[in-house]
Design a protein around this ligand. Structure first.
Ligand code: AQP
Length: 323
């Protein structure tokens, strides 16, 4: 199957990005033809400093490589290295009803908060549809927050097929791949972990910073001896992502019976986080010491991605009669 997904270079990647997306990227690269990209065109809606965007883009490439994405198996490219994306976005825009975009949460939320939104944020689901359709993707691994955008991608593809395809399929219809257990990873305050909420723990935070942040995870004031409900506790939710099965069973039992304090769970969670990413941290130091290698991966992937993109874009251009 052709797999495709992207991550925005709008800051350092966090635990939510890891469980919601990156871990699936790694699993799916083994048996499939995987394309993963750094979504720098998308990040332009929030990052307004050219040097910073370049630095974040490089950092996301390094993060993907350090976590185990293998450039020999997966095509790890940067979105803007394939300018065909923006041309396809325009073709798709011509068949996208305004009403579909007005319903999208990322845009609606901003407007409801009284903030002004640029056209880029409004049209972002169309660019995302172009990202996906350009590679004939079958499956798109994402977190729950992207479900609505995936539905719009399918709607746009169907509409284009209908309007210009004359009964033939111009675009393949992709499906989302969302793992329920990690669909929404909570942040320090219990809301979805998100850069814009300032409630993140970064994958490559220094161990001391991880310990400090974990201590800030919001819990209720149930005393140590009292039973606690693991299902409603975001600390437990995070612990579950990192703990070994026997350790989890022990902690769950002690939550339900009483006799475990949040302080103990926090210490164990911080230790497990630091241990989980220790090998990746070492690989990261290696990649950072050889930036030229990262650029080589990027250049080779851009060539592969562009060849695929060109074929699909030509198909779309022929279907609608441009060029
Ligand atoms: N908390 C999360 N739980 C599960 N999955 C998550 N993802 C992000 N946060 C969580 C998934 O990570 C992938 C990359 O997302 P993105 O680059 O579009 O970033 P995002 O969703 O915009 O991440 P943030 O931190 O929430 O950024 P801001 O605050 O800038 O909007 C996606 O598959 C996403 O589902």
């Amino acid at each position: 199957m052709r797999i495709l997904s992207g991550i925005q270079p709008s800051g350092a990647l966090h635990i939510g990005n890891y469980f919601g997306a990156l871990r699936q990227f790694i699993d799916l690269q083994r048996e499939n033809d995987a394309y993963y990209f750094v979504a720098d065109y998308h990040a332009l809606t929030s990052v307004r400093d050219a040097d910073q965007l370049r630095a974040y883009t490089f950092d996301v490439m390094v993060t993907m490589l350090s976590l185990g994405l293998d450039p020999d198996r997966a095509t790890l490219f940067v979105q803007s290295d394939v300018p065909e994306t923006t041309e396809l976005a325009w073709l798709l825009t011509t068949v996208t009803p305004m009403g579909w975009l007005q319903k999208c949460v990322s845009y609606k939320d901003k407007v409801e908060q009284g903030l002004s939104a640029e056209h880029g944020l409004f049209a972002y689901p169309v660019l995302q549809a172009a990202d996906i359709l350009l590679y004939d993707a079958d499956l798109v691994p994402v977190g729950q927050d992207q479900k609505q955008h995936l539905e719009i991608t399918r709607d746009i593809a169907e509409r284009f097929n209908q309007v210009f395809g004359g009964g033939k399929e111009v675009f393949r219809l992709p499906k989302p791949h969302i793992l329920e257990s990690v669909a929404v990873v909570p942040g320090l305050d219990g809301r979805k972990m998100s850069k814009s909420y300032g409630n993140t723990i970064e994958i490559f935070d220094e161990p001391a910073a991880i310990k400090k942040k974990v201590k800030r995870i919001v819990t209720d004031s149930t005393p140590v001896e009292a039973p606690k409900n693991p299902e409603t506790d975001s600390l437990y939710h995070l612990f579950k992502l990192f703990a070994a099965p026997d350790e989890l069973a022990e902690v769950e039992r002690r939550y339900r019976e009483g006799g475990i304090g949040y302080g103990e769970v926090k210490t164990r969670l911080a230790d497990a986080m630091i241990a989980r990413f220790a090998p990746a941290r070492e690989r990261r130091a290696e990649w950072l010491a050889h930036p030229g290698r990262v650029e080589e991966v990027r250049a080779a992937a851009a060539e592969r991605a562009r060849a695929t993109a060109r074929r699909v874009l030509d198909r779309a251009r022929r279907a609608c009669g441009v060029g």
